[in-house]
Design a protein around this ligand. Structure first.
Ligand code: S5P
Length: 254
């Protein structure tokens, strides 16, 4: 079945009441980028340096704070300064997956204090809607699908994830998915598992191309990790991805 015509990010900003979704749509339109970088490095200083170097290319920088060997409590404020300088949002990819009470503590407390610095977080729907209640007031993406091979997040699970997100549109601002799943204009689709050539890694990751994800599958934002961070020239590679992703978006709304 053909999907309805796509609206521009700017138009979608005017059709949602979710403030962080509005903010992200505007950043994308102003900076002309729908590229998110998965900055999966284990040194905080390297992360901050690369964030500053690549920040101008990005709408969202995705972190895994728990892989940093040298995390210090000023990490959040240092990253925030860089994010404000380059105008990107910070997405901590914590993938919460517990009961509401526990995820609320994991989000606000502990060493990382994610609530203090992350603009966006994400969660699995396996515990049911209590997880969204526990993360109320955050800006949440639900994992409706995963890029890895053999994932159980498909079919009825994916459909229920989307329904759960749409029923909590005050907190939920979108999905991690392989394709456009929701017709609510405010819901933003983020897709990981991206490379210039499709393929896989040795641990189950599956890669698709920018065109497959954004043109054919009509997702909104690509999340690219190693194909940028491990490139010879990460800045040039990020610029290339940004151009490809933006022109795919422009074509689908034309
Ligand atoms: O289904 C998923 C969901 C996520 S958030 N598959 C993923 O790969 N991710 C994340 O995207 C993963 O945790 C990693 O940070 C990034 C992909 O990195 P790459 O190096 O394989 O591009």
């Amino acid at each position: 079945m053909a999907l309805p015509h796509r609206l521009s990010f700017l138009k979608r900003a005017s059709l949602t009441r979710h403030l962080m979704a509005q903010k992200l749509f505007k950043i994308m339109e102003d900076k002309k980028t729908n590229l998110s970088l998965a900055l999966d490095v284990t040194s905080q200083n390297q992360l901050l340096e690369m964030a500053d170097e690549l920040g101008s290319e990005l709408c969202v920088l995705k972190t895994h704070v728990d892989i940093l060997r040298d995390f210090t409590s000023d990490f959040g404020s240092k990253l925030r300064k860089i994010a404000d300088k380059h105008r990107f949002l910070i997405f901590e990819d914590r993938k919460f997956a517990d009961i509401g009470q526990t995820v609320s503590l994991q989000y606000k407390e502990g060493i990382y204090r994610i609530a203090d610095w992350a603009d966006i977080i994400n969660a699995h729907v396996i515990p049911g809607p209590g997880i969204i209640e526990g993360l109320k007031g955050s800006n949440l993406l639900l994992l409706a699908e995963m890029s890895s091979s053999g994932t159980l997040a498909k079919g009825a699970y994916t459909k229920k994830a989307v329904a759960m997100g749409e029923a909590h549109a005050d907190t939920v601002m979108g999905f991690i998915s392989l394709q456009r799943l929701s017709e609510l204009p405010g819901m933003i689709h983020f897709t990981p598992g991206v490379k210039l050539k499709s393929g896989k890694d040795p641990l189950g990751q599956r890669y698709r191309t920018v065109d497959e994800i954004l043109t054919k599958n009509q997702s909104d934002i690509i999340i690219v990790g190693r194909d940028i961070t491990h490139a010879k020239h990460p800045k040039t590679q990020a610029a290339l991805y940004r151009e490809k992703a933006w022109s795919a978006y422009v074509q689908t709304i034309a």
